[in-house]
Design a protein around this ligand. Structure first.
Ligand code: PLZ
Length: 448
């Protein structure tokens, strides 16, 4: 499906047909399953979503970081279609399939670390996280799991317990899984241990290590799980050396270090895995989202001795590594390689950061600009001096104003005051700049 890569607003947004569908939606779908944008998609390609009213929107959300290779990438669609006709599903536990095994080999080779690895597949990010923890617990015979402030790891019971933010993710859904411990994350803009941007890593690390020793006991900790760049928590790039310090501590005490790369991986932050820029080799890494290029698949990749610790039958599920999704994922990896998308993420990301910094000079409300590769964001504040977060309603007005003018953006952040940018890595530079202009105008309109 080839849609011209252009922004085109032909009705008010949401248009009449989207509104009609939303009336039906209200009567058919629970409100708990929220919609950020009151728009119904008709089709999508590259960096453009076309809604049911014929509006063409520049997509800076990509289904929450799923379309790094662009919507309906022809190579991905044709790989999936081919596999769909060959074999849609036999269940890997019943009879294996080629794409599953080939994709495991590819991820084992791509994940950091020059040691033997194994990969298992599931369907969603949350399931990958659950499996990573199961494996770490089994292999270490320990139960404690360490997670961080601002973390997001999913919505299933254990993953939700690891997730930090109560509203909307945890409110009313307890009791939570036991043996989960939360530590401060070295968030340089708002250092939780009172440090400056320069001392944040050191003070958070000291606090975290003391806490693990005193209140959990290293011999009880199965694993530490962290996002090398936090996603839902607000695109927080940790202060340099924090992640390394945590990983070194894990290695010293036989704690499994898990990098959750579900949002940051597959080129989003300029590398296959964002952890590569931290000089850290994780024991286990989780992937999902952009791995499948729109088809649901997630992966747990890790050291062979950890992954093989679990007895036969201890891991799996009906659909894990479904051949259609695995075939699509193989095409995604090929496209990232053949189109040089890791490098493109770094160069386009540098351009994007530069543009955002210029915007920051013009708009008092932009307190911080951050990111790596094409994983960038602005953090909005009511006051640059106190860093008081901008009220969520104003942030929402910015997002709505951008949408009205044909650009889909998402917020993030514990304080709901971050606007994150997740365009496809394949987006045309002109379209990216046009989208940024619309966003800047939306900021001016909503805060002016
Ligand atoms: N780990 C780092 O970003 C999913 C959540 C959207 P699933 N992030 C988008 C929402 O409102 O639920 C995510 C993530 C990281 C795990 C997950 C969970 O992945 O595929 O949504 O289960």
């Amino acid at each position: 499906m080839d849609i011209p890569q252009e922004r085109k607003v032909v009705t008010e947004i949401p248009g009449p047909r989207s509104r009609e569908w939303f009336a039906r939606r209200a009567a058919a779908v629970p409100q708990g399953v929220a919609n950020i944008h009151p728009i119904v998609t008709a089709r999508a390609s590259g960096a453009i979503i076309e809604d049911v009213d014929g509006n063409r929107l520049i997509d800076f959300a990509t289904g929450i970081a799923v379309l790094n290779v662009g919507h309906t990438s022809p190579a991905v669609v044709s790989a999936a279609r081919r596999q769909l006709e060959l074999d849609t599903h036999t269940c890997f536990h019943v009879t294996a399939n080629e794409p599953y095994i080939a994709l495991a080999e590819r991820l084992n080779a791509l994940a950091p670390g020059a040691f033997p690895k194994r990969t298992m597949f599931a369907n969603s990010g949350a399931e990958a996280v659950e499996n990573a923890i199961k494996i770490a617990r089994y292999a270490t015979k320990r139960t404690g799991v360490v997670t961080f402030d601002h973390a997001f790891h999913g919505r299933t019971l254990l993953a939700m317990s690891l997730t930090a933010k109560v509203m909307p993710y945890k409110q009313g859904f307890g009791p939570f899984a036991p043996e989960v411990y939360r530590l401060p994350f070295a968030y340089p803009y708002r250092c939780p241990t009172g440090g400056t941007e320069q001392t944040c890593a050191e003070s958070c690390l000291a606090y975290a290590i003391d806490e693990m020793h005193k209140h959990i006991g290293e011999e009880n900790i199965a694993c530490v799980i962290l996002e090398p760049i936090q996603g839902e928590g607000g695109f927080i790039v940790p202060a340099p050396e924090f992640v390394k310090g945590i990983a070194d501590y894990c290695a010293e005490h036989g704690i499994v270090f898990i990098a959750d790369e579900i949002q940051s991986g597959m080129g989003r932050a300029g590398r296959w895995f964002a952890i590569e820029d931290e000089g850290v080799v994780p024991d286990i890494v989780t992937s999902a989202k952009s791995l499948g290029g729109g088809l649901p698949i997630s992966a747990v990749t890790g050291r062979a001795e950890l992954m093989d610790a679990v007895h036969p039958g201890g891991l799996g599920g009906t659909y894990g590594g479904n051949p259609v999704a695995a075939a699509a994922a193989l095409a995604v990896l090929d496209q990232i390689e053949s189109e040089g998308l890791l490098e493109r993420s770094r160069t386009l990301g540098a351009h994007l950061l530069e543009r955002l910094r210029e915007m920051q000079r013009r708009h008092e409300v932009i307190g911080d600009v951050r990111g790596r590769g094409m994983m960038t964001a602005i953090e909005l504040v009511a006051d640059r001096g106190t860093k008081e977060p901008l009220d969520p309603a104003t942030g929402t007005r910015i997002v709505q104003e951008a949408l009205r003018n044909g650009v889909v953006v998402l917020k993030a952040g514990t304080y709901d005051n971050v606007i994150r940018l997740l365009p496809p890595l394949t987006i045309d530079e002109g379209l990216l700049d046009e989208g940024l202009e619309v966003l800047e105008l939306a900021i001016a309109t909503a805060t002016g």
